[in-house]
Structure formats: C-alpha cells, structure tokens
Design a protein around this ligand. Structure first.
Ligand code: PEP
Ligand code: MN
Length: 336
C-alpha cells in the first residue's frame, strides 16, 4: 500500500509516518513529488493495516497497490521517471536517447573507431560487452577487465558515458569501477542475487527483459533493484522467444505501451537482439520510437563481417547515422 500525505504536511509529519511504518515492521520508500510526498509501505507478505496510518497527522489517504510490484508501479510513482547517466537523461520527457556500440569490445582500435563513429552519428552513450554471456562456452567470452579499461578509455576520448554487462554478483564492484551504467542481460533477468548486488552499487541499471519473461516478471525484477534504494532503473525490451524462426527473437512492440501503463520507469528497445538481422534493425527501431520508447540500444561495428559476436545484427556506422536521423524525425512528429 502507499500512504499519500496531504499537500501541506510538514517534514515532522512525514518523519512520524516513516517511524510508524518501521514500527509495524515494514520498509518505507519515500517519493517526493512536486505536490506531495508519497510513502510506499513494502515488506513481506504480512498485511499492513491501513487504519494504523490513516489517523496520523498529515496523512491524506492510504491506498492499496493492486500490482504485485510496488515501487516499480505507476500507481506508486505516477509521473514519468527520469534516469540520469552522467549528463544523459533517459525518460521523463527527455528526447529519445541513442545508445550504440559493438556487441563485444574486441580491441582498442575497434572500440575507439566505433565510439568516435557513433558519437559523430548522434549517439548519447556507448555500449560494449567486456564480460559476454555466450550460448556456447567455445564462443568468444569477452576481454574481461581489459575490455572495461578500453571502455573507460573510449569514454575519456569521446565523453560518452558507458554501459556494459555485469554477469555475476562478485563482478559488480569491478564493473561498477569502470562503467557509468550496469547492464543486466536477458539471461540474468531473474538472477536475484545479481539484481540485489547491482542495485546496491548505486549505479544506474539497464535491465533487459528475459527472453521468456512476462512483463510482470520484468517489473518484479526491477522491484528487486528498486527495493535496494536504487531508483535508477531503465527497462529494455530485447525480443522474446516465439515459434517464429525468420528472426532471432520477436520484438514485442506491445511491451512499450503495456510497460508504460504499468510503470513510470523509462523503457528502451533493442532492435539488434530482437531481430538478429541488420536489415531489420532500422525498421524496428523506427517502430519502437513510434510506439513511445524512450531510447534505443543498437549494435554497431565498423566491419560487421569481422565481428567476434553478433556481426549479423550489427549496423555499419553510416547506417546507424541514418537510423538516428529517421528516429529523430519520427520523434518530432510525436512532439518528443
Ligand atoms: C548484449 O546486449 O550484447 C546482450 C547479450 O543482450 P541480451 O542480454 O539482451 O541477449
Ligand atoms: Mn550482442
């Protein structure tokens, strides 16, 4: 449930409610809106009694939350939330954000060349995997810490903040030392120890939807991160498994409006992993922006035929530049 304070409630009133929530064995999560303070009451399955809070000074209403996730829900936080990564703003009315870069960091020259090219094309952030979740143990597994060093060097050279995947809780401190944003990959969406550890790092989190995950499950995964006190979560639709084999995955465009109804967290789309084919990336990217996505994450490689991972779905920089122009034109039609 959530406790909605009166618009004129004092800070003492708010503090008294927070103490009462804790006395009843729940964790309070405060959201300070422009008009009023809302306090989320979350805890284990035991039921909170609304009456215990209704009579406290400054309390306007006590509202039950109908969804299984609480802090992630739009009921708890009605206004669109904005996540900042360095100076980049994602969601909350900001213009469409472009995150681009190679699937994997392969070498210094490959990464720097790509980073400069995507910046030139209009990207706001750089992506690149240093620790790669590969389906086969015999595929390229990433450069590890050397890859992180190269990402940091590319950030210095271009000014683009960096997002990269972290695959296990033990690696969170290392990856957080280099990255501006931590990516939780589709295969780890329900790795709850990882969600908690990544959340506790305090870094903004890019949470990718599991390939067989329902939207409620994605939002409950986000809830794990939010419940650590880290409010900076961006959700990513990256395609789901269906019976269709013409594409690597099926882009669930429906997820964009369906998520936006359920949560005020920013939602971005990955047209690279969701299609698996470079020729489909731009059309699906355009559809994602038209559907209301707050951003795109796109794989770009200067020579896709030489890529050590995901070359088939990687765009050459020129094609990415055209995609940015088209996506911006679509956003403009929608006054975004
Ligand atoms: C990636 O972004 O390179 C990646 C492995 O994505 P996903 O977890 O969505 O498969
Ligand atoms: Mn990839």
């Amino acid at each position: 449930m959530m406790i909605v304070m009166q618009a004129n409630a004092s800070e003492d009133d708010v503090q008294a409610v927070l103490q009462a929530v804790q006395r009843h064995g729940f964790q309070p999560h405060v959201s300070r809106g422009e008009e009023r303070v809302v306090i989320g009451v979350v805890g284990e399955a035991r039921r909170a009694e609304p009456d215990a809070f209704l009579r406290l000074p400054g309390v306007a209403r006590v509202v039950p939350l109908s969804r299984p996730y609480k802090l992630a829900s739009r009921e708890f936080h009605p206004q669109d939330r904005q996540v900042r990564v360095g100076s980049v703003k994602i969601g909350g009315g900001a213009s469409v954000v472009f995150i681009a870069g190679p699937c994997s960091v392969e070498s210094r020259s490959q990464l720097l060349e790509t980073a400069h090219a995507v910046k030139e094309a209009g990207a706001h952030m750089l992506r690149g995997g240093a620790f790669k979740p590969r389906t086969s143990p015999y595929s390229f597994q990433g450069l590890g810490e050397r890859g992180l060093e190269l990402l940091a060097e590319a950030r210095e050279a271009t000014g683009l903040p960096v997002v990269t995947e972290v695959m296990s809780p033990e690696l969170v401190p290392l990856v957080a030392r280099y990255a501006d944003m931590l990516q939780i990959g589709a295969r780890n969406m329900q790795n709850y120890a990882l969600l908690r550890a990544a959340g506790a790092s305090g870094k903004p989190i890019l949470l990718k939807r599991g390939m067989s995950a329902k939207l409620d499950e994605l939002l409950l995964a986000a809830e794990y991160i939010l419940s650590t006190g880290n409010e900076n979560v961006v959700l990513c639709e990256r395609g789901i498994r269906t019976f269709e084999t013409a594409t690597r995955n099926t882009t669930d465009i429906n997820a964009v409006p369906a998520l936006k109804e359920r949560t005020s967290l920013p939602v971005i789309v990955d047209p690279s992993h969701s299609t698996g084919h470079w020729a489909y990336v731009a059309p699906v990217a355009r559809a994602a922006v038209a559907a209301g996505a707050d951003g795109l994450i796109v794989e770009v490689h200067p020579r896709p035929e030489e890529a050590l991972s995901d070359g088939a779905q990687s765009l050459k920089p020129e094609r990415f530049a055209r995609l940015v122009e088209e996506a911006r034109a679509i956003a403009a039609v929608l006054s975004r």
